[in-house]
Every structure is written in structure tokens, then in C-alpha cells.
Write a protein that binds this ligand. Structure first.
Ligand SMILES: [Zn+2]
Length: 244
């Protein structure tokens, strides 16, 4: 399958261009993940340059703490001071705009630890992808998490207006139409229709990202970038990974 990627030299030159234009004053600093108490340091596993799998493990461990109500308090004053000169987030999260879905809280992560991009329906729009390219190429992030959630209103709109998306008000048709493929492909599946569409929309996002960006594709091929996805359950608080 072709990906529409340029050759390797063009990828490198594009990376260089991004680093030169966007990295001014923002170059990834060597910031330890320790942000205060020793227990916080232990929870974040003291990762200085985590592999994608280590970054994912840190998020899942944080989600477990959140579920159990064992979130570790941060010293925001010292963390804020530590981050003035740079950032090195170990993961990128593509979240829905829903007010009940806050990745920093759900994954129990502190300031500077995750690079969060958001839009209703957690879809990879061009501007979202550009933001991710910055985090990967300049800040060195090695993990992208597409984060769907239960009871998603944007996906529900796609399911309910599967044949009439243009009837939605304002700018919604343009956004919801990007979720329609998930609603259509799960229309006749067994089980809960909305839940199926939410999971399919996550998978579609995971699969679209490397096709929309040669930088992301290049990182994925090199093994320096991992793209995963999952669905956050509003009731239990658990983030369940889905197969891409
Ligand atoms: Zn949503």
C-alpha cells in the first residue's frame, strides 16, 4: 500500500525546516520526569528518554491510579519553574473536546508530560496533525494516543445523522462528516451501535495519521513512534486500548 510519502531526503529536510521555524526557543530540554516528591518520581518511572512502550506503560499506570483515586499530588510551583526553558512530553494525546475527558487527570500526568491536541470527535484534522508533527519532530515525543470516550456526542451525531449530516447546524456538517466512515462501517454490527462507532472512529484515526503525515509515517517505520488508541469509559474511569 502506498502512503504518499516523499523520499527519505525530503522527510529529513522537512524535519529540519520544522525544527528551524518552530523550534526557536522551544527545543526539547533534557527535563527529568521527576517533578517533586519521591513517590511522584517513582510513579513516573524516572524515564528520561522513554521508548514508546515505556511511555504507554506510564500512561496506563497513571490511569490505574486515577481509577483507584490514588493520584499523586504534584508540586506545581517547582514543576512550573523547571519547565520554563523547555518541554519534553513523552506522549501526544488526541482527545475529544468533551469536558469530561481530561487526559492530564485521566492518566494522572503533570505539567509538561503530555502534549494534548483536542477537537470534538478526536479526529485527526490537518491542524491536529501539524501539531503532532511538531511534538514528534521537535520535542521528541514517541507515542501518539487517539483517545475516544463513551457517550461521545460528536460520534453520536454521526450515527444519528448518518444519512442527513448536512442538516446539522453551523459548521458541524464538516466536522461530523469526518466521523461518518466509522458510523457507516459499524451500522450493521452486533452490539451497541454508538460504542461500536466510537471504537471504529478511534481505529480510523490511528490509521489515518501516518497516511496524513510523512513525518509520522517515518517515525512509525523507524520504530521511534508508536500510534495507539483506546476508549475512555466515563463511568469506570478506565481507558481501554483498542486494536488498530
Ligand atoms: Zn466526544
Amino acid at each position: 500500500m502506498t502512503c504518499g510519502c516523499g523520499d527519505e531526503s525530503s522527510v529529513k529536510s522537512r524535519r529540519s525546516a520544522i525544527g528551524g521555524v518552530m523550534g526557536m526557543g522551544l527545543a526539547a530540554a533534557s527535563i527529568p520526569f521527576v517533578t517533586g516528591s519521591e513517590s511522584r518520581a517513582e510513579a513516573r518511572t524516572l524515564l528520561e528518554s522513554p521508548t514508546p512502550d515505556e511511555a504507554l506503560a506510564a500512561l496506563m499506570a497513571g490511569n490505574e491510579r486515577y481509577i483507584k483515586g490514588n493520584m499523586i499530588p504534584d508540586d506545581h510551583v517547582s514543576t512550573r519553574a523547571r519547565l520554563v526553558d523547555g518541554q519534553a512530553p513523552h506522549a501526544i494525546i488526541l482527545r475529544c473536546a468533551d469536558s469530561r475527558v481530561s487526559p492530564e487527570i485521566v492518566f494522572d500526568q503533570g505539567l509538561g508530560e503530555i502534549f494534548v491536541c483536542g477537537v470534538a470527535g478526536n479526529i485527526p484534522t490537518p491542524d491536529i496533525v501539524a501539531s503532532m508533527e511538531f511534538a514528534v519532530a521537535v520535542l521528541g515525543s514517541g507515542l501518539i494516543v487517539v483517545m475516544g470516550h463513551s457517550s461521545c456526542g460528536a460520534v453520536d451525531a454521526a450515527v444519528k445523522h448518518i444519512d442527513s449530516v448536512e442538516s446539522l447546524p453551523g459548521s458541524l456538517p464538516g466536522l461530523v462528516s469526518q466521523i461518518l466512515p466509522a458510523a457507516i462501517e459499524t451500522k450493521d454490527s452486533s452490539g451497541d451501535r454508538l460504542q461500536n462507532a466510537i471504537a471504529a472512529n478511534v481505529v480510523n484515526g490511528m490509521q489515518r495519521l501516518p497516511k496524513m503525515s510523512e513525518i509520522l509515517k517515518d517515525g512509525q517505520d523507524a520504530g521511534t513512534l508508536k500510534i495507539v488508541g483506546g476508549v475512555y469509559d466515563l463511568k469506570s474511569g478506565r481507558f481501554n486500548l483498542v486494536e488498530g
